[in-house]
Design a protein around this ligand. Sequence first.
Ligand code: DGL
Length: 294
Amino acid sequence: MAGRDGSPAGRTGSTDRRSDAPIGVFDSGVGGLTVLTALQRVLPSEDFLYLGDTARLPYGSKPAAMVRAFAFELAAELVARGAKALVVACNSASTVSLPDLAYAAPVPVWGVVDPGVAAALASHRGGHVGVLGTERTIAAGAYQARLAAAGAAVWARACPLFVPIVEEGVADGAIAELVARHYLADHPSDLSSLILGCTHYPALADVLRRVLGPYVEIVDAAAATAATVAEGLARAGLARTAGGRPGRVVHLVTGDVEAFRHVAEVLGGPAGEVRHLPLPLPAREPWSALTVGT
Ligand code: DGL
């Protein structure tokens, strides 16, 4: 679906960025590493600049205008550092900044919502489609609106305890299962698929499957996003062609580097250099300032 969450209808058709420049990926913190890992799987020779705004997380419980302002700021920072394209890995940020960010930014921008919705609809066989996310993501209603527009019956649930459970490293234990049962207690009996609408939730996939049984299709928005980005980059002529070495990752974090490393271990990362990026970020191009807080 062009121009909502993806880039094709934005100011993104032309770019003078070189195809061997890095792809910028940003998130409120460590959770976006699930999206980065999915991207690396399908784009093994691309370089990535990953920006985790760990000093200001969580985004999922913050007001929409604030999260939107952060998203524009992080996007501008990555563009200023030479990113040829952007991936908004954070669901909370995607729901409140897109499609506007894709229209404003001078490089292609992809979020996680449209790819997740498209993947859910592709395997939809009637019944309800469920969406789990942070309070911000569920309140924004972006997933629900897109699914409803496609004619699907939707059930959505904010799960604020899931992020701390994953970051605490207990995503596969009894606590996670108890909390999952609590959140899923009133799901419709004809729930046929469930979108994991948060960066952290792929880590809970096994628990969710245990709670829901084998017949509910679990849709990982991270994997769907990676496929969309790979296809879009190739179409835009931005895929890295210089082979000969695996892609590299530089992580930039606004909070403490060691704390990032520690929590990132839970999600299997970070592989690559981690640098501190102190706040406040410098004021960037007018395209980002103009739209902040609107
Ligand atoms: N990255 C956020 C998301 O996907 C989850 C963590 C947070 O609330 O900042 O919505």
